[in-house]
Design a binder for this molecule. Structure first.
Ligand code: NFD
Length: 356
């Protein structure tokens, strides 16, 4: 019941639309948001040696804008944002990188409250671009298309080369241990380790870490678990690159994040904080405890019966001995019989009980 409730809530999180809004045009106030985010980042991350970037925000905007403005998205290629990306100088390694695929909202809810991991969106590039839409047009005054940036995949997609490069750079900076949060119930029957995802096609091929921890989130329609289907392929890809791997189905971190966001939800009762396996474990423990209790009770009952029997027998024997002693006197007087003659003759005292 609890397991089902826990699973159902994740449907909500995992099925939330991702940041790319297909059919939408360039985000209004793109320039202001870009420069505002940049200044905020420069201020807040100034002392964080892993995340800091010494950039001129206006120059950064200009380089970004020139990459796609006045261009038909179909003219864009993977080098279109080269000048923009050349302005990022921080190559410091990230020893706690968190990748994700199909679980954008969930992973960002998690990193919003947990500082243990760094996602692409914590770096300046990811921070600037996350949630925004942009594409060029050669028919508008400012060279931006505010009506429609829709595209499928990497074809005629102004945003694709930017995310490609940002993801590639992020993966190259990862070192030591990295984690990935995957969705085992992706829409459109996509696998958790989806072949066209940025994680699989861009980040994984560039990743060089010692250990990759895989977290598999799922809703009620889980199609994969650790060690099955595409997750086997992920494990093989990692092992081919000499990475150690761990994999956890339905990690309790996921449930905790949800419960921080929705503390009054019924599935956030204390027992729900147990991971699925532990819940099963605790049910088994209760069963074993009950069996042990019954066995101990039966054993105690049997011991009681045996004890009563022994005590009864002891008292009965004692009573009869007492009666015996009471009814018989101890006498040293030899009772001679024909047979006793010989005994007597041998000067051996013969003791006999004599009835009164
Ligand atoms: P996803 P993923 N073109 O959930 N990341 O593995 C463009 F332009 O399927 C982060 O592909 O997981 N954008 C972000 C697309 C974006 C396209 C890209 C496409 N053809 C990569 N398809 C981000 N913060 O938005 C999907 N998207 C967008 C890096 C769409 O907005 C992260 O480091 C969707 O929300 C992460 O490890 C988002 O990509 C991995 O790649 C994620 O698509 C996630 O890319």
């Amino acid at each position: 019941m609890f397991v089902l409730a826990a699973i159902v809530f994740i449907v909500t999180l995992l099925s939330t639309p991702t940041s790319l809004v297909h059919g939408a045009g360039t985000s209004p106030y793109l320039k202001d948001m870009f420069i505002g985010r940049c200044w905020q980042y420069e201020t807040l991350q100034a002392n964080n040696h892993v995340l800091t970037e010494k950039v001129n925000c206006r120059e950064l905007w200009t380089a970004f804008y020139k990459s796609f403005a006045f261009k038909d998205p179909c003219e864009m290629d993977k080098d279109s944002y080269e000048n923009f990306f050349n302005m990022f100088k921080n190559k410091n390694k990230i020893t706690n990188a968190l990748f994700w695929s199909g679980a954008g909202e969930l992973v960002h809810d998690f990193t919003f409250i947990n500082d243990d991991y760094i996602v692409l969106e914590d770096t300046l590039t990811g921070n600037l671009l996350n949630g925004l839409t942009w594409c060029g047009s050669n028919t508008t005054a400012d060279g931006l298309n505010y009506k429609d940036c829709e595209s499928s995949g990497d074809i005629c997609n102004a945003m694709y080369p930017a995310w490609f490069q940002a993801s590639a750079n992020f993966a190259l900076r990862a070192s030591g241990e990295a984690t990935v949060l995957l969705n085992a119930s992706r829409s459109r029957n996509r696998s958790a380790y989806y072949s066209k995802s940025f994680f699989r096609s861009v980040e994984m091929p560039r990743l060089k870490v010692d250990q990759l921890n895989v977290l598999v989130a799922t809703n009620a329609n889980a199609r994969e678990r650790c060690g099955t289907q595409s997750l086997i392929e992920l494990d093989m890809d990692a092992k081919m690159k000499n990475m150690r791997t761990t994999c956890v189905d339905q990690p309790k971190l996921v449930l905790r994040v949800f419960c921080l966001k929705f503390p009054k939800a019924s599935q956030c009762a204390p027992v729900s904080f147990l991971p699925q396996d532990s819940t099963r474990e605790s049910e088994e423990t209760i069963l074993w405890r009950t069996i042990c209790f019954i066995l101990i009770a039966v054993a105690a009952f049997l011991l009681l019966i045996i004890g009563i029997y022994i005590i009864r027998k002891y008292f009965i024997t004692k009573n009869s001995n007492f009666k015996y002693l009471h009814n018989w006197s101890f006498s040293k007087k030899p009772m001679l019989s024909n047979d006793d003659e010989l005994t007597d003759n041998n000067n051996i005292n013969v003791y006999r009980f004599e009835a009164r």
